[in-house]
Design a protein around this ligand. Structure first.
Ligand code: AMP
Length: 113
């Protein structure tokens, strides 16, 4: 989608530190990391947020989870990490392209703030 920063990263039009990619998903390091390891895992196709996913996206959502596992392994944090999506502004979503945050490398508090 025009004007979507994550679509531009997926298309290679904006640089990012890519740590995993396949035909349907791409993962890259967050510009403003909240933990020693902080990556974002996104579908290449523009889906604004998790609640915008439809029945036909079930396979893609599964692939995103597997991409997260591969990202965790690449970053060598597969033993302990958090995978979270902010769905909607009040939940902290600032980029309207579905993404999972993978956070690791420090003690993660629960409940999150
Ligand atoms: P959220 O607030 O859940 O929508 O998360 C958006 C995340 O995208 C934030 O953690 C930002 O630091 C990150 N971000 C925004 N622009 C970029 C970019 N060009 N490259 C990497 N991460 C980005």
């Amino acid at each position: 989608m025009a004007d979507c920063i994550f679509c531009k990263i997926a298309a290679g039009e904006i640089n990012a530190r890519v740590v995993y990619e396949d035909a349907d998903t791409i993962a890259f390091l967050d510009l403003n990391p909240q933990a020693p390891a902080h990556a974002l895992i996104i579908p290449r196709r523009h889906i604004p947020r998790l609640t915008a996913a439809e029945d036909g996206d079930a396979e893609l959502l599964g692939k995103l989870q597997l991409a997260a596992v591969r990202t965790a392994k690449f970053l060598k944090v597969e033993g302990a990490f958090r995978l979270v999506t902010n769905n909607g502004k009040a939940a902290g979503q600032s980029v309207d392209h579905l993404h999972y945050h993978l956070l690791a490398g420090r003690k993660l508090l629960w409940p999150p703030g």
